[in-house]
Design a protein around this ligand. Structure first.
Ligand code: SF4
Length: 322
């Protein structure tokens, strides 16, 4: 962590690739089994029509063109040289393995060092993983699966209508890691149905599963969602920014210090939201979390002492021979 109080994604990428690396959003033409009727029709209660992505080009634009246009824009603005194409919206493995391979190949243009594929844990199969591994080796890029979990509390997962429980997430992570890919788990620490114990357990389960990366974001209310209706009818009480900060710090304290944090808070879309990030810019909230960690002199992994036989550690000291 060298000076930082948690493992920062941008530094991790810089160490790995030797320069700053930028993510390029890519919008694949697809949907989600929790929206098209296969698992459910309404989707997660917070999910808008655009899925999770709001900064990408239309899915009608061919994948290669999306990557080229976004790359050109970011290169000109930041003098960037290396990029990760990020398949962001909806569930990007909810298609045949062949189609997925085709899209990955299209995204692999010079300058692209990695592909991040955002998906649901129940949209991972060995056939998909084999296909992705084939193209990863062929194109010599690093492919990471970003998997939505949001909370380990399976009662809350039902309340937000995720359409899967904790078991499917564990299965998805185990399959993906066994196939030789890194996993980034997405989590919402301030779900109103969760308490701090759930946040601690989320950190512990992700650490035990040995995911490589985590992305945190706050709960925001998008127009046209089931959650908007709940919010406007007074059936949803959002947590405060102070509670979000508390929960993120608590989460980090229990998280394995080797796990990389892609984000401590997401950038909320400015349009189409009823309320998001307490009308505060994401970087101010990030700074608040970092300042608070400094004041408390705490860090990621401070309470990471619970794996590997916690109760028998006394029997493992050098002086113990029997
Ligand atoms: S899994 Fe993702 S795309 Fe599908 S309904 Fe939930 S938030 Fe939307």
């Amino acid at each position: 962590m060298s000076g930082d109080r948690y493992r920062v994604y941008s530094k991790y990428l810089k160490d790995k690739y030797g320069c700053k690396v930028y993510k390029l959003p890519v919008n694949l033409p697809g949907t989600c089994p929790n929206r098209d009727g296969v698992l459910g029709a309404g989707g997660c209660i917070y999910c808008g029509e655009e899925g999770a992505g709001f900064e990408s080009l239309s899915a009608l634009v061919p994948v290669r063109e999306q990557v080229e246009r976004n790359m050109e824009y970011i290169s000109n603005r930041y003098n960037a040289r290396k990029f990760i194409a990020y398949f962001q919206n909806f569930s990007n493995t909810y298609m045949s393995p062949g189609k997925l391979k085709k899209y990955i190949r299209e995204a692999c243009i010079p300058g692209v060092v990695g592909i991040n594929i955002s998906t649901r844990p129940d949209c991972i199969s060995n056939r998909h993983l084999e296909a992705v591994k084939e193209v990863e080796l062929e194109k010599e890029v690093d492919i990471v699966f970003e998997m939505g979990l949001q909370t380990v509390n399976y009662h809350s997962l039902i309340k937000v209508n995720r359409g899967h429980t904790l078991a499917e997430f564990i299965d998805g992570v185990l399959q993906t890691r066994a196939a030789g890919f890194e996993v980034c788990a997405h989590l919402i620490p301030d779900l109103p149905w969760d308490d701090r114990l759930d946040v601690v357990e989320s950190a512990k389960i992700l650490s035990a599963l040995k995911v490589e990366q985590v992305k945190l974001h706050s709960l925001y209310v998008v127009r046209g969602t089931v959650m908007e209706d709940m919010y406007l009818k007074g059936k949803l009480k959002l947590l405060t920014m102070e509670e979000y900060v508390e929960r993120v710090i608590l989460f980090l304290e229990y998280l394995d210090p080797s796990i990389v944090l892609q984000r401590l808070i997401g950038r909320a879309p400015e349009e189409n939201t009823v309320t998001a990030n307490w009308d505060t810019s994401w970087w101010k909230i990030k700074e608040k979390i970092e300042e608070e960690m400094e004041i408390r002199d705490t860090r990621q992994g401070k309470k990471f002492d619970y794996l590997g036989g916690k109760a028998v550690k006394n029997f493992l000291s050098d002086g113990y021979h029997r």
